[in-house]
Design a protein. Sequence first.
Lengths: 290, 325, 559
Amino acid sequence: MTDARRSLGIAAAATLATLVVLAAAAPLIAAAMGHDITEADLLQRYEPPSLAHPLGTDELGRDVLLRLLYGGRISLTVGIVAAIMAASIGTVVGLLAGYFGGRLDTMLMRVTDGVIALPLLPLLIVLAAVDLGELGLPPAIAESERVSLYRIILITALVGWTTVARLVRGTTLSLKSRDFVRAAAALGAGHVRIMAVHILPNAASPIIVATTLAVGQIILFESVLSFLGLGIQPPLPSWGNMLTNAQEVIWEAPLLAFYPGVLILITVSACNLLGDAIQEWLDPRAVVRR
Amino acid sequence: MIRYLAERIVQGLVVVAIMSFVIYGLIGLMPGDPVDLMISANPQLTTEDAERLRRIHGLDRPIWERYAAWATSALQGDFGYSRTFARPVLEVLGPRLANTAALMLGAFAVALMIGLPAGIYAASRPGSIADTLVNLASFVSISVPTFWLALMMIILFAVTLGWLPASGLPTGPAGFWEHVRHLILPVATLAIVEAGAYVRYMRAAMIEALRHDYVRTARAKGASRTRTILGHALRNALVPVVTVMALSFGGLFSGALVTETMFAYPGMGKLIFDSIMGNDYNLALVALLFATILTLVGNLIADLAYVALDPRIGLGTGPGTERAR
Amino acid sequence: MATAFAMKPFVRTAALLLATVISFAAPAAQAKDELVIGVTQFPSSFHPGMDPLLAKSYVLAMTRRPFTAHDPDWNLVCLLCTELPTLENGHAKLTERPDGTRGIAVTYTIHPKAAWGDGTPVTSEDVVFTWEVGRHPETAIGAGAFFQRIEKIDVVDAKTFTLHFDRPAYDYNAINDLDLLPAHIERAAFADPASYRRRTAYDADTTNAGLYYGPYLITEVQPGSHIVLEPNPTWYGEKPHFRKITVRVIENSAALEANLLSGAIDYIPGELGLTLDQALALEKRHKDRFTFIYKPGLKYEHIPLNLEHPALADRRVRQALLHALDRDALTRRLFAGRQPVAHGFVSPLDPVAAPDLPTYAYDPKKAAALLDDAGWRMGKDGVRHNAAGERLSLELLTTIEDSTRRLVQQVLQSQWRKAGIEVRLRNEPARVLIGESMRRRQFTMAMYFSFSAPELSPRGFLHSSQIPTAANNFAGQNRSGLRNAEIDALIDRIEATLDPAARRDLWYRLQVLYAQKLPALPLYFRTDPYVIPKWLAGITPTGHQGPSTLWVERWHVLR
């Protein structure tokens, strides 16, 4: 790994960490600034930057800086949680398919094909209308405004696992014929143990890389959903819905579209750089993918 | 090999059959229907009118019954009528497919023409300023939200500079070049958001290929750098890239919803979106199944390449990672 | 001096370049006999009677004319007929039906020169055919109930016919929904009524001139992209000015605005155009290029309340909800005062609008008093609680498609919070909101508009027989669940009262009751912004469901 790439990786990790910390600290910063981000102030729409509002105010007179930070909380949560959930599903499917092979493999891989081809839109609308309270979720969750957040995480995880599944299956296929796995089997290790102890750690590298990249992709995906109106719903801000709302006022307040756009850009780029760096660090011989 | 192919084709047919039901069911599960929206467009309509329309459009019959009816006639080659357009499904799909092909293949070609050379060039000089710039550009390409880029392109090239039409198809009898002129902005937008990924694939595969001993040998024997890259490494490096291309092939024909919406371009993406939203079962189903079949074909080609080549080269980035365009 | 001289060639080249760029940029600017209209919706089907869609009525109004329509001043006028039949002029007569009840016979005469685009005259035969199609239960004609009410048609001669209605209704002479079909073309397709929908020439052969009799014919259709219209040689009215009208569809309103600025489209109509806040922002920057007309109309933006909700069942809570809202500030700040605050469901432009109604001004103290009175006391967490310790927590539902509503929704939430009312926001696609949540009354509060027509009977959404329930298969639009015997009686009487003055009094009483009972929170009447280039004149927005294109032949270029 070259020094330049290492420092790029470190810079990317530091950027992401900063964003996460800032987003996590959003309520503290809001308290320090004395603003409430859900409070609409119609007398202060589109204010230019000032001491009270370092990045100005938005179409409802709310502080843009705080909205960006709160939006970061949502966007990063969606990205990270959904990516981890998708990776978990994908890992299990990929391990089972690759390790047991045969019919199970065929079936799981065709399910994967099906999921890849699955139309997301009706799925989203169906899920958007399902009353979560009727599914047995506590009212605190089912009735909260965060419902749109949970739904998007769930959907993304449900359809986003295919990449990891394919990767893990491939790795498992090549690992299971290796000597150390055969040796473990000969010594009487059970299937679960072999998968967990011998195969999984060796498949970690592609999983981690794919997950890192997925974080960025999911944040972008949420912005597309917001564009279609199916993303995170108000009053929760997300970078995606801030960007969508800004497009209609792009002439009047171009910066409203600029800030969330740049934050998405930075986050996705950082995720990609970090993915590269992790890949090289874990497996210096391997290819840098995407 | 033939057995493998036959098996895959049979499996593929099973997947298509299951998918057809899953898609039909999903659309059927979607709450609400368009009849109530009709009433809000014409205040004079009464509730009795709504009930009658629901019955005529078959929206009151159980989903499995409607599916069975559709599947029976579909097997006989009759895919039914589009509910919204009141025309045979294939007649509606035809022109949209042609539009989509022009847009997507154009963008695909441009993305490759930018992505592959840039990736190769960057890989040949890892760590150089050129490499860094190419990498940066590819990150921007990967991370820019499509609708945002589309709007910027329209504002810059159509509004501010006034060089290109801001949207869609030309009206009236327009020549080939007029069509091309209208296609420039949407194709460029799509190509920009896609090129980045190809840069990354190509660059990675090339760096890997350049590490191989035979390349080093060739280099030691005095072959020029360009010759080494183009003559020896490229052939190997193209393998994973071609696989990725095969995987994204199926996705091409489901269109690019966001780009089509922004440029008011009537393609498959918009058609599928509208037909789902409008409970136009027949149209949505046929369009989605078509996309499914192409995805399966793409995956099959990718798997064939996978089987044929060194599995260590790595693959598995399927269209699932493809961003929504 | 010498320098100035030397600069000249450069200046000339620059000017030339600039001119080239500009002419390239706005090709439409030179050809003033063509007009490009940009709208946000594409009409999927072109059959005048099926699948009503705003985009369809907008386009078709250029190619065909209803018998009667409301003009921009909201008076009922004849467009295809020669004289509006009334009881006074004797063309409408009360009749006795075989069962002894009263009916009404109304006689119309078709414009003598009216002819389909292929030269075939428009005749009474077309009227009879249209009626046959419309009343047939197997055809998917939208306004079936209207055709059912016509019991019989007497053909007096080729241009004159008499409709026999089964009851003398207040709107007896308004036959806006009799969308005439060409018998000479459509009869073949109607041979099998069940498959008529698939065989109608309107969709199979949309550019057939014989389907239209208005000032324009549809000459090119590119689904999802554009429609081209050209003058109809057989048109019986004033000659239209534009040689070619193109209707371009750009669904994304930001892209639509950019297209307007780039010169790709000339004009954005209010019916299907920009959002109000977008138009207001555009006006600030481009006052010199465009004329802006803001037309408030019949789109009543309101928040129906589910009266079965325990908190909302209490009228004091409903009143408090309205007193806690500063609707004036909302429309002033967000909509530059262009969207008038509503005090009832009848547009102030409607002739039957009541002059003064009980109003609910912004009054936080009164809201607090009403809530205290209703047993909702302010808690330490800033939310009101009742004696049982329940929070005053409501849910506000609206559509995802409308960006303006998303803004308003957050303002309302913020204003109600100050009054101690916690409001959770939930958004759904319009088809889910209207077709499921509202239909099955699974909502607490919902924000959307209902579209009305001048003097349209409010039976559908106020009469107690129209409350959707599982028993009636969720028919009806009285989603609040309002049950009031006096309102029911008033609606029945309004529909049967033929004397306009007497009817107006009933309407006034009805509106007062509505404002008192408050089954919904009135917000405002939506305003459609028309963005018209300075060189274009003659466009008169109507504010009701009749599109401005019904008078397209008056549109012209300013000299």
